[in-house]
Unconditional design. Structure first.
Ligand code: GLN
Length: 547
């Protein structure tokens, strides 16, 4: 039976609760325990699938096809445990389940209320698969005191009462602001935040306090006294130069020991931190730098491409180089020559995206990379752009385009080398979809197998011809153009097992030009960089030595 750790936040948002949870998961693993991490989000969207990347950051897709919060990406990158549909839930999903049950008559005519119906739904969610792991870490999104968060806080309070004594602990993350004028670290906001928690029946066992510098003993003692925690359960979370230092930093601060103490696990198994020592060493000891241009649409918010940024860092760690990724708005290339913008870079990525805006600029970036022999990685929309570019410039299909843009414009303007897929095979089942289906969750989502051509560059990079990768898209490259494009040098080197859907294209006569219909960045980890990112950065490094 699992032990539960509930992670809440106070004072302000964006304190790195997800990162703290992920790092704690990694530390418990280092002590030999199995873990699973979950995120409970108070917003009313049913899932983040339809939320703007500008507002909410990237949508993280799981193997089983759930569109989830980007914190699940942190969880996977730190623990290597593949997240599932059942690891992310929002108020929207909880309410939608409750209302569905109410309509079906499952509640036998009872009046439906937040307590117990909504809280029971949350508790059932938390308990899913509880027998599978030693520790279940559940992060509650938002900040204590938010109106939307209340049913979640109430549910975890009840949950801990339902369980045996000592089976659940609460970890609260806060901020200790530093007042320059008086040279003081202030504990009052944390005291208030804990007071707020206690007023709803939750008493934290551990306080994790973000601060710019170390927390002096005097402040620790004060926090312990006023917040009713043990002094060694006040953990400092200082700003770090790399997120991948977090497990070691939290370990030095005694976080994992304090958690084991709170559960009265004694003697505590000794941790093996070799993995994280190696990761830290690679982050801080690199030789040289490669500059990567990411030509996309959502360039204002770095979190919109969080997993790509991380996967690039992992690729850099594998090759012992620093990766300097810069985001370029693709629309600029529709007004200005792309050459001076792209020339300073050692490699180019065109990432995933939706809608027509910026696509002509992305096609220009693909053309630049192909003709100038600069390493190019096209991800999802980025692969579609590379195919359209090749069709326009290597064949006589000058009006090649994607049906996505025709649908958006409401008229036919392009020869659709990329078309809207309406039925496909997943495992042994057929999936069907209409053009005007709901926007939420109607894509080809989650893990699908692909077969790689023997002797192709990708087969060499992966070291196998059978792979599975995560997808999130509606449109597909049309195989009726396969032969023509292959004759012109764009090889379809990865296909769905039934041979109908192109998964990878590559150009042989080029230092490194690969487009993938899936999202390799979602599966990269610092201790296990994704083969495509590892090799892409190797190629960028090679290019950097040439220029
Ligand atoms: N908009 C494209 C599609 O739906 C690509 C999606 C993506 O890049 N994730 O097929």
């Amino acid at each position: 039976m699992a032990r539960f750790i509930f992670i809440t936040g106070g004072v302000v948002s964006s304190l790195g609760k997800g990162l703290a949870s992920a790092a704690l998961g990694a530390l418990l693993q280092a002590r030999g325990f199995s873990v699973r991490l979950r995120k409970l989000d108070p917003y009313l969207n049913v899932d983040p699938g339809t939320m703007s990347p500008f507002e909410h950051g990237e949508v993280f897709v799981t193997d089983d096809g759930a569109e989830t919060d980007l914190d699940l990406g942190h969880y996977e990158r730190f623990t290597g445990v593949a997240a599932r549909k059942t690891d992310s839930v929002s108020s929207g999903r909880i309410y939608s389940n409750v209302l569905e049950k109410e309509r079906r008559g499952d509640y036998l005519g009872k009046t439906i209320q937040v307590i117990p119906h909504v809280t029971n739904e949350i508790k059932d969610f938390i308990a899913i698969g509880e027998d599978e792991v030693d520790f279940m870490l559940c992060e509650i999104g938002g900040t204590v005191g938010d109106i939307e968060g209340l049913p979640f806080f109430e549910a975890i309070r009840q949950f801990s009462q339902d369980k045996a004594r000592g089976q659940c602990i609460f970890m609260h993350l806060t901020l200790l602001p530093y007042i320059k004028a008086s040279g003081e670290l202030k504990t009052k906001p944390t005291q208030h935040s804990v007071k707020e928690l206690r007023s709803i029946g939750l008493a934290p066992d551990l306080l994790v306090c973000r601060s710019e510098g170390p927390i002096p003993q005097k402040e620790r003692d004060k926090l312990a006294l006023f917040c009713n925690v043990r002094p060694d359960a006040v953990i400092a979370a200082q700003d770090l130069s790399s997120i991948y230092d977090a497990p070691l930093a939290y370990h030095r601060e005694g976080l994992d020991q304090a958690v084991l103490d709170a559960f009265e696990i004694s003697p505590a198994p000794r941790p093996n931190l070799e993995r994280w020592e190696d990761v830290s060493d690679r982050v801080h000891n690199s030789d040289g730098e490669v500059r990567i241009a990411i030509v996309g649409k959502y360039t204002q918010l770095e979190d919109a491409y969080k997993s790509i940024a991380e996967a690039l860092t992992h690729g850099g760690m594998a090759n012992r180089v620093k990766v300097k990724a810069e985001w370029i708005d693709a629309e600029i290339f529709e007004r200005e020559d792309c050459v001076p913008h792209l020339e300073p870079y050692h490699a180019i990525i065109v990432p995933g995206g939706f809608g027509e805006r910026g696509t002509e600029g992305k096609i220009k970036a693909a053309e630049f990379a192909r003709t100038r022999k600069v390493p190019y990685l096209g991800i999802c929309l980025g692969m579609q752009m590379a195919v359209i570019e090749a069709a326009r410039h290597l064949t006589d299909m000058t009006d090649a385009g994607s049906e996505e843009f025709d649908h958006e414009a409401g008229k036919k303007r392009f020869t659709p080398v990329v078309y809207h897929l309406k039925e496909w095979v997943q495992g042994n089942a057929k999936v069907e979809r209409a053009v005007d289906d709901d926007k939420g969750g109607t894509m080809r989502l989650g893990s699908y197998d692909a077969v790689l051509a023997e002797g192709s560059r990708v087969a060499e990079i992966y070291g196998t011809t059978k792979i599975d990768e995560r997808h999130r898209h509606r449109y597909e490259v049309d195989i009726q153009y396969k032969k023509l494009l292959e004759e012109k040098g764009l090889t379809f080197s990865g296909m769905s097992p039934d041979g109908r859907l192109p998964e990878i294209v590559e150009i042989k006569d080029h230092p490194w030009f690969i487009g993938v219909q899936f999202h390799p960045e979602l599966k990269s980890k610092p201790f296990e960089p994704h083969p495509l990112f590892r090799d892409f950065i190797r190629a960028a490094k090679e290019n950097s030595r040439l220029v």
